[in-house]
Design a protein around this ligand. Structure first.
Ligand SMILES: Cc1cc2nc3c(=O)[nH]c(=O)nc-3n(C[C@H](O)[C@H](O)[C@H](O)COP(=O)(O)OP(=O)(O)OC[C@H]3O[C@@H](n4cnc5c(N)ncnc54)[C@H](O)[C@@H]3O)c2cc1C
Length: 111
């Protein structure tokens, strides 16, 4: 897990993540052009591919592991921040679980 002075790096602070997203955008641009997309359709395709690859705000460099509160890098040490991030992590975690059903065979999302 990536850390700075004991604080856990998450989301866009994960080393190399921003650079990786730029690369993904370039590849998506080429793939979109190959598919014949232009203008707004191409821009939407690139945006969707980048969004899919983007780490969630509270996700660490270890996929499926999240950090909330004072332990997270760059967060003001406040009770409200810790509570808010804890709540946000739940949403990110459910998104991760539904994206990886094979890892959580007993999880049955409510429909
Ligand atoms: C003196 C002081 C005054 C403050 N005043 C305010 C204030 O007025 N208003 C405000 O909003 N914020 C204030 N804060 C900040 C606030 O307390 C923190 O931002 C908030 O508690 C962070 O919550 P957290 O859950 O991230 O971490 P914590 O509340 O620190 O909880 C982390 C928990 O993990 C446990 N833990 C650590 N390592 C391990 C381990 N290896 N295994 C198992 N458990 C572990 C710790 O024992 C602790 O219980 C103050 C902080 C201090 C120190």
């Amino acid at each position: 897990m990536s850390t700075v002075s004991g604080a856990v790096l998450t989301g866009m602070n994960i080393p190399g993540h921003a650079k990786a997203l730029v690369k993904i955008a370039e590849l998506a641009q080429k793939e979109g052009e190959k598919r014949g997309y232009t203008g707004a359709q191409l821009a939407k395709y690139v945006e969707t591919e980048v969004q899919k690859a983007r780490a969630a705000n509270n996700e660490t460099s270890v996929p499926g592991v999240y950090a909330a509160g004072d332990v997270q890098y760059g967060v003001p040490p406040r009770v409200g921040s810790a509570v808010g991030q804890g709540a946000a992590v739940l949403g990110e975690l459910f998104h991760y679980i539904t994206k990886h059903p094979g890892l959580f065979p007993s999880f049955k999302p409510k429909t």
